[in-house]
Structures are given as C-alpha cells and as structure tokens.
Design a protein around this ligand. Structure first.
Ligand code: 13P
Length: 365
C-alpha cells in the first residue's frame, strides 16, 4: 500500500472545486428510473445512457471522478472505445461501487445491513488492474420509531471500515458513505442527532480497522428533515417523483431561503464536531433533494464557512446531477445533445456551489 498515492488520489478527487458524479446505479435501480420515464430496461439502453454521460463535452471541467457500476466499468462506446478510456482521456478518475446492496438486518425490522465483504479483496484487485482508483460503499440508516438501533449503526460502521481498509490495501481510495435516509417524518434535529452518532461510530471503526484518514473521502447526507416532516411537503414532492423537480430556486419563498441557511449551518456544525481534520474531503450525496436545492445548500455551506474548514466540501451527486438529463433523454438518440447540456449545466452549478458562487440566475441561463 502506498499512502502517498492514496493521499494524492483523495486530494485530486476534491481539487479545483470539482466533485464526483455518481453513475453507479445498480441495474434494478437504473431500470426503476428508466421505467418511470418509459425507457426500455435493457442492457443496451443502460449502455447508451452511460455513453451519453461519459461523452458529455467539457464534463472534466467540473467532474473529478465518476463512480461506475460493475456492468458499466466493462462497457464501451458504440465505436468500441472503453468507457474507462473515455473518462481518463477527459481527466476524470474512474471509481467503482463495490458493495452488493443493503439487505434486511436479521432481527431488526425496518433496518438494513450492506453486504459485499466476501471476496472483496479479489474484486478490488481486478478493478484496480482495470484502472479504477477509488471505490464506494453505501450503508443506509433509516430513522423511525425506535430506529436506528445501536446494533444497526455498529454493524454498518464495522462493514464500512472493513471495506475501507481492504480498498487502501488494494490502492483504491475508499469513499465511505453512511447515508441517513430522508424517508419519514423526522425533524432536522432528529437527522442531526442520528447523523452525528453514525459519524462518530464510523470514525471509531475506521480507526480501529487502521484506515488512513488522509487517503479516504467521506460521503455523508446533509442534515435535512424527512420528506414527510410537515413544513417540508414541497421537498417531498420533488423527491418522491424523482423526475419532478418542482422546488425551483427561482420561485423560492423567503422561508425556503432560511431553510437553505439553516441546513448549511447545522450540517457544517455537525461535521465540524464529528469528522477529523485529516480527512481531505467531504462529498455529499443528494439523497432525493431537488437538484437546485442540493446546489443551493452546498453553496451556502461554502459561502459561509469554506475558509474556516479543514476539509473540502464537495459533491458526489447521482440524482441531483443526472435526473434533469435523464428526463430530457427519454431513451431517444435525437435528445442526446440536449440531455448532455442539462448534465453539464448541473455539473457547472455544483462547481459554482463549491466556490460559493452559485446563484438563482444560473438556473435561468
Ligand atoms: P444521490 O445523490 O441520488 O443520493 O445518490 C448518491 C449515491 O451515490 C447513492 O449511493
């Protein structure tokens, strides 16, 4: 294991105000999103969609790394060029999702444990040889009546730490993703309390498994109220429909601007308390927020706090970058250019948000 290489890669993933593009939806998740838009759920449609993404002109100006899925990392453009080559030629570091999904946690109704540790060492070796330089593992923590349990948090944190240590052994930077879900009617305060407990447990486990913090990226949720928390019904509409981004920054009411600032303040305060300074970057997941709110909230964090923070505050969005493009594409070749423009627009908005320069006017251009 070469600590310098891991540190260099981790830093490169959050350098120059760029961020990560998560395009690692499993086949069932990708098919579900296609089905909602009437796009055929076939290997070829998934390949064509991923070709649209990786060939978006100028994507490398805003995106430092792309997280692929096992099917995608082995695919090529129609002309036979491997996606891995397209990405590296664009200056984008290839990454790979390596967990095998969240399964029911035995004896814990409503809770999940992420699987994928068996055989992971060999899979990581293969992905490294193919050209991947970082990996992702997502744990999910639900908030509800009497959950999350301590045992669910500990089991998921332990698995994340075992995965991260194996990644570093293989020369891959682990993206450590403990996602506290937005499903439910919990308040922002409940999300904050649970997220802090989760992050403390995750870093305890990372330390006990001897993970080098300089060579990893944390991918957390922002501190947000649940989708059905009463004053936030409008966020729920955007998230549940996934394709309906109804919360428009341009139409925002004063109280929604307060929400952006409150989320930014509480999120940064919680991370400040729980994430060691040795971690080079924090790259948020979007979690079902509208694309515009995800940009606005990331922007508010960087605008207010960037110069005071030990780590970079970046993005690792899937839906909040891809969804507008997917809706435009609709599976049609004739829509590829317009969809690529929408994808690049969101990538540019999020790069601006890293600089604290994102404005509502960007959504009107
Ligand atoms: P979202 O940004 O859509 O939440 O996805 C991020 C991700 O990679 C989930 O694992």
């Amino acid at each position: 294991m070469n600590l310098q290489n891991l540190t260099d890669t981790a830093r490169a993933l959050v350098a120059n105000d760029k961020g990560l593009l998560a395009m690692d939806e499993s086949n069932p998740t990708c098919n579900k999103r296609f089905a909602k838009l009437g796009i055929p759920q076939t290997v070829d449609a998934r390949r064509a969609y991923r070709e649209l993404i990786v060939t978006t002109p100028s994507l490398g100006e805003c995106i430092s790394g792309a997280i692929l899925y096992d099917e995608t990392i082995r695919q090529q453009k129609k002309d036979g060029t491997p996606f891995l080559k397209v990405l590296t030629d664009a200056g984008i570091i290839p990454g790979i999702k390596v967990d095998t999904g969240a399964k029911d946690l035995a004896a814990h109704p409503g809770e999940k444990i992420t699987e994928g540790l068996d055989g992971l060492r060999d899979r990581l070796k293969e992905y490294f040889q193919m050209g991947a330089r970082f990996a992702k593992w997502r744990a999910v923590i639900a908030i509800g009546d009497d959950i999350p349990s301590r045992s669910c948090i500990e089991a998921n944190a332990h698995a994340l730490a075992r995965y991260a240590a194996l990644c570093q052994e293989a020369g891959l930077v682990p993206v450590v993703e403990p996602e506290v879900l937005m499903d439910g009617d919990h308040t922002l305060e409940q999300c904050r309390a649970v997220t802090e407990e989760v992050l403390r447990t995750v870093f305890n486990q990372l330390n006990s498994q001897r993970v080098m913090l300089e060579g990893m990226i944390l991918k957390p949720n922002m501190m947000l109220p649940g989708f059905t928390c009463p004053p936030h019904q409008e966020v729920e509409e955007a998230a549940i429909g996934e394709q309906q981004f109804q919360v428009r920054l341009t139409d925002r009411q004063p109280e929604e601007m307060e929400d952006v600032d409150e989320v930014a303040n509480i999120t940064v305060k919680s991370l400040w308390r729980t994430v060691p300074a040795a971690v080079p970057g924090i790259a948020f997941l979007s979690g079902g927020q509208s694309a515009e709110l995800a940009s606005a909230r990331l922007n508010a964090m960087n605008l207010r706090f960037k110069s005071q923070l030990p780590w970079a505050l970046a993005f690792s969005f899937a839906r909040a970058i891809q969804q507008p493009a997917l809706e435009i594409w609709q599976g049609k070749e004739s829509n590829v250019k317009a969809a690529q423009q929408a994808l690049l627009h969101r990538a540019r908005c999020n790069r601006a948000a890293r600089r604290g320069e994102y404005t509502a006017a960007m959504e009107r251009t």
